[in-house]
Design a protein. Structure first.
Length: 219
């Protein structure tokens, strides 16, 4: 199979020569499926910032892209207290790398009078660059458990979406089959159903995230 890695097999091992779906195709479609999701689906990531005294701005110190900031909390002065929601902040993008290495920063309306630590939770894209057949979708890619189900349905839809094309190819068609075996359009109908189910699951997961991280007034 083009794009796959050649492998040796032991004697007398059963090898499936013509699988229903190739693993390589499934991996490619899985990446495309994840990358096609709207930005309302994301992985949650965190970074901490050592905030200097009388400072208005600071670099986020991240090495990936981000969609938005979900929350900013400030370390309490007393270890017995809880982390406090920080107000009066804004996200700044496309900054000069000489001053902000990550290109992203946090800007405060008013500077802190003392040095402190801030914990920033942000929405980040999924990590798909190194996806393989044995990749942990939750710990490595950043999918939540419900998102794994979205991927399962979406991947099945993508793999089935073009099957109807092969069935209708009269040039490659072998022995004639009875029309009752697999009626024309059935596979396309199944793919459409899976697409609708996938879209519903995306909406459900986006709603769950919106409830978990409601829009906060930063200023």
């Amino acid at each position: 199979m083009e794009g796959s890695t050649a492998a040796t097999h032991d004697d007398n091992v059963l090898v499936e020569i013509e699988p229903r779906f190739y693993r390589h195709d499934a991996l490619v479609d899985a990446k495309e499926e994840i990358l096609s999701w709207p930005h309302t689906l994301y992985q949650e990531a965190q970074t901490t910032i050592d905030w200097a005294t009388e400072t208005y701005q600071a670099d986020l110190g991240i090495s990936t892209d981000l969609f938005k900031i979900l929350a900013v909390k400030t370390k309490p002065y007393d270890s017995n207290d809880r982390w406090l929601d920080t107000i009066g902040w804004s996200l700044i993008r496309d900054l000069d790398a000489d001053d902000f290495a990550s290109g992203f920063g946090i800007s405060l309306r008013y500077p802190y009078g003392v040095a402190t630590t801030m914990e920033v939770t942000y929405a980040a894209p999924f990590t798909t660059a190194t996806v393989a057949s044995d990749t942990d979708l939750e710990s490595t890619v950043g999918l939540s458990t419900p998102m794994v189900d979205v991927l399962r349905v979406g991947l099945t839809w993508r793999l089935l979406a073009t099957r109807e094309v092969g069935r209708s190819d009269l040039v490659a068609q072998g022995q004639p089959r009875n029309a009752e075996d697999v009626q024309a359009g059935v596979m396309a109908q199944q793919a459409n159903f899976l697409k609708q189910l996938r879209d519903e699951k995306i909406s459900e997961e986006a709603l769950r995230l919106a409830r978990r991280w409601p829009t906060r007034y930063a200023g």
